[in-house]
Design a protein around this ligand. Structure first.
Ligand code: SAM
Length: 338
């Protein structure tokens, strides 16, 4: 059985795939309000190229794939793409991260196509504030999307909430209450240094999830729990009698690099071993150089596997980023895929 093991003994079993850099939202912590230059269409990986890469990744031991973006549901052909991924033997888990704007129309179709579950980004439960954070988004659509995902059985549903001091940290308890009567798993995520505007005030806007947890512990009895898909960085808790869980992801205040099991594939076809390092391996260039054809099939597969192994070899032991040090980092989450 093949395995991708990096230089620090970590087994890489999780691939995050960004299928587009385009998004219908421009969240304040993610994208610039200014005109944003999108990657030209021909530079974006085609679905069949992604399927080929995922197939080889699975041959090397990847078992989980998360589809992200940009907003993955704005890319045409998404349902058929999920169907193609589902055909890959030994790919155990296919999930998708979305702002849920289009989810009510897609949930059933995605489930039928073979998607296992969704993560939904939701940073406010107040209409006006939601609009402000997403720069024009619809809270109503997101909530409807959540209901549709529950109904379609895209479970477990994780709700990702990026906390920004002075913006949405006053809503923590409202989010926590969402876990009482529905099986929703709320995850509070530390704001990371990207997004041109908010980054200037990063230190003052950053809020550690530890601070939030301490406040919550004073008010609620939080029992530690395990959830079936939780081999990622979040630690989960439950309020007694609640149906859902509450998770905390500490990307900056406490690194989880030691247990990091993932690499990323960007929408323009680069493998990125660490979100916080600009090192990338250009897999698209390598495969597009080759003609497509029967005789090249074996070679294509080998080149894809070699590039995946190279990316894993280049995975750094950890990132040095902290609240005060965001040097040498230039990234747009929407391009890489958060
Ligand atoms: N459009 C989809 C969505 O909204 O979920 C998928 C792409 S989005 C880039 C993926 C995740 O990255 C979202 O949960 C978002 O909150 C997170 N994200 C983007 N910028 C971030 C930042 N500066 N800090 C923390 N999380 C961030």
């Amino acid at each position: 059985m093949n395995k991708l093991i990096d230089n620090f003994g970590r087994e890489i079993s999780y691939l995050r795939v960004s299928i587009t850099d385009r998004c219908n939202y421009r969240c304040i912590y993610c994208q610039s309000e200014k005109e944003f230059e999108f990657i030209p269409h021909q530079e974006i990986l085609r679905f069949e190229e992604i399927v080929e890469i995922v197939q080889e990744a699975v041959n090397l031991g990847i078992t989980k794939v998360r589809i992200t973006g940009g907003e993955p549901l704005v890319r045409e052909g998404i349902v058929n793409f999920i169907k193609q991924l589902r055909k890959i033997d030994r790919l155990e888990d296919i999930s998708l991260t979305t702002n849920a704007f289009f989810l009510s129309e897609y949930a059933e179709k995605l489930k039928e196509a073979g998607l296992n579950r969704v993560n939904i980004s939701l940073d406010s439960l107040q209409e006006e504030k939601y609009k402000k954070i997403t720069r024009g988004g619809s809270l109503g659509k997101a909530l409807k999307g959540i209901s549709s995902a529950l109904k379609a059985g895209l479970l477990p549903i994780k709700i990702n909430t990026v906390l920004i001091r002075g913006i949405n940290d006053d809503e923590v308890e409202d989010f926590v209450r969402l876990t009482l009567d529905r099986p929703l798993n709320i995850r509070f995520i530390e704001f990371m240094p990207s997004g041109e505007e908010v980054i200037n005030e990063f230190e003052s806007k950053f809020i550690s999830v530890q601070e939030i947890k301490e406040k919550l512990i004073k008010k609620y009895l939080l029992d530690p729990v395990k959830i079936s898909t939780a081999n990622g960085p979040a630690k989960y808790y439950q309020i007694k009698g609640g149906q859902g869980t509450i998770g905390f992801i500490t990307a900056l205040s406490q690194h989880f690099c030691k247990t990091c099991n993932r690499i990323r594939l960007t929408s323009e076809g680069k493998l990125r071993p660490c979100l916080f390092s600009n090192t990338e391996v250009n897999i698209k260039q390598a495969i597009r150089k080759l003609a497509r054809g029967k005789s090249e099939g074996f070679l294509r597969k080998k080149i894809i596997r070699d590039k995946l192994k190279e990316a894993v070899r280049l995975k750094p032991e950890g990132h040095k980023l902290n609240i005060k040090n965001q040097e040498n980092l230039s990234f747009h989450m929407s391009r890489i895929g958060g």
